[in-house]
Design a protein around this ligand. Structure first.
Ligand SMILES: [Cu+2]
Length: 501
């Protein structure tokens, strides 16, 4: 009889149970801790990072903590263009979910703006006030428009849950901003963006400097519809008439989620602008491709050959732009082995600020590790070692000179996009930039690369700073930059079901 002694089997069971609990307990805690509330302010996300600068009055933030710490600031909705100034460019865009046809006749189930995708090219002259009324006729889940690369007032930034509520069916929202920088930009939804942008809720925005007569202006917006590569919505080549001797400026817009090479055959070209900023002293280029970051733009200028032969702009795939007058017979040529390096391209020019004396220094180190994202196990992106939403909130004061070091040890490339600002590249992998000031709003950070960038905090608001491989953003590669004294009344989730990524 062994009445009072537990059997060996029972001991084993008890040990196994304890071991299981020891393993599962923390996992359950991690799982539960990762669950996102049904509504939260991005201002309550993660932890404050002051970058070595003064700490403001916001104090420490904790998800689920009292959100009553944000009183007394300016709300993002107050950060608008001059309300007394009449608009110079006004238009209405109506968004629909519908089946439509590409120029080739191929049908695609997606989204249109004024019945087409890409939406209409919005054109303005530098300095004009642009006013766009967005109407959602039939897009479930709501929409917004973000003006990618335009440093708009924060209220017009179009980020659902940060600067506005998603615009539901039957509702509308009006965006107003001054197009004070000439260049190539684009617009797209920032509600469920990884799905709506893919589905075609996007278009090009071109801001011309006053007085550009004599240059042939060509938009080349590249987008994949269901895996079909298109230029301006066409599967085949876009043909543009350009007489011998004509200067043509081809505005390449990469709306895709990965970097895209662009190259030219039939004539040399110059890379005259990157991300809506002119390059200083761009030299002619032959036998080199330009790498256009996801979300980025590259303006390529060519002078048409005197003999009348055509010029082809290759855009990462079979569809391209062919410039010609009598003949458009310009067969594709393979991608050149060499890629133009913006770090050394063009000639130096002084900056209007001194990045050697920053007021704040931030790290944005992208990594990857196992964990839970909103209760879902996976190997997720990290920012400075933290999983979303426990990521840094970068705090600045208006007027600060900011340096940020972006590194990437995550095993995949990330096109990093800071809203509301342009940043200048200082170094790549420790090598200083020696060419034209290289201003970016969409910076391809390759595997293992480290960039140092700098910008002036001159546009108050709460701004996303995220990966523009939009599925990555929805997988947690999203942080924010916020200004001292600015608050947002909007929440991610909530009654408008805001889902910015
Ligand atoms: Cu990414």
């Amino acid at each position: 009889m062994r009445r009072n002694r537990p059997g060996r089997g029972r001991v084993r069971t008890a040990v196994a149970c304890a071991a299981t609990a020891a393993v599962l307990g923390p996992l359950v805690w991690l799982w539960q801790d990762s669950l996102l509330p049904s509504a939260y302010s991005v201002m309550d996300m993660g932890y404050a990072d002051y970058g070595g600068g003064p700490q403001g009055s916001h104090g420490a933030h904790a998800m689920g903590g009292a959100s009553g710490t944000h009183h007394g600031g300016r709300d993002v909705t107050e950060l608008v263009a001059d309300t007394d100034r009449p608009a110079d460019v006004t238009m209405t865009v109506v968004a629909r979910k519908q089946r439509f046809r590409l120029a080739s006749g191929r049908a695609f189930d997606g989204y249109t703006l004024n019945g087409q995708s890409p939406g209409p090219v919005i054109k303005a002259v530098q300095g004009q006030l642009v006013q766009v009324r967005l109407v959602n006729e039939s897009v479930p889940g709501g929409i917004t428009l973000h003006w990618h690369g335009v440093d708009v007032p924060n209220a017009a930034d179009g980020v659902a849950g940060v600067t506005q509520d998603a615009v539901g069916i039957g509702k509308e929202f009006t965006y107003r901003f001054v197009a004070d920088r000439a260049g190539t930009f684009w617009y797209h939804s920032h509600q469920m963006s990884h799905e709506q942008v893919r589905g075609g809720l996007l278009g090009a925005l071109v801001v011309s400097p006053a007085g550009t007569a004599g240059v042939k202006d060509v938009v080349a917006l590249v987008h994949l519809y269901g895996g079909i590569r298109t230029v301006n919505g066409r599967e085949g080549d876009v043909r543009v008439k350009a007489a011998p001797g004509t200067r043509a400026r081809v505005r390449v817009v990469n709306t895709e989620y990965g970097v895209m090479p662009a190259w030219v055959s039939g004539a040399p070209y110059r890379l005259v602008a990157v991300d809506g900023t002119e390059v200083n002293g761009p030299a002619p280029v032959r036998d080199q491709a330009v790498a256009v970051a996801a979300g980025g733009r590259a303006d390529l200028e060519v002078t048409m050959p005197a003999g009348g032969s055509p010029v082809r702009i290759h855009l990462g795939g079979p569809a391209g732009v062919v410039l010609g007058s009598t003949s458009y017979d310009a067969p594709p040529v393979p991608r050149p082995a060499a890629t133009l390096d913006p770090l050394t391209y063009g000639t130096r020019a002084p900056l209007a600020f001194d990045p050697a004396k920053p007021d704040r220094r931030f790290e944005y180190a992208v990594g990857r590790r196992p964990g839970f994202l909103d209760g879902v196990p996976g190997v997720w992106w990290t920012i400075n070692g933290h999983l979303y939403p426990d990521v840094p909130m970068f705090h600045v004061t208006e007027g600060d000179v900011v340096r940020m070091r972006i590194s990437n040890d995550s095993g995949e490339a990330h096109p990093m996009h800071l809203h509301g600002h342009h940043a200048v590249v200082l170094t790549r992998d420790g090598v200083a930039a020696t060419g034209s000031p290289w201003w970016v709003d969409s910076l391809e950070v390759g595997i293992g690369q480290t960039y140092e960038i700098a910008f002036v905090a001159d546009n108050p608001g709460v701004w996303m700073d995220h990966c523009h491989n939009l599925p990555h953003a929805s997988e947690g590669l999203t942080a924010h930059l916020m200004y001292e004294g600015v608050t947002t009344r909007f929440t991610v989730g909530g009654s408008a079901d805001n889902k910015p990524e």
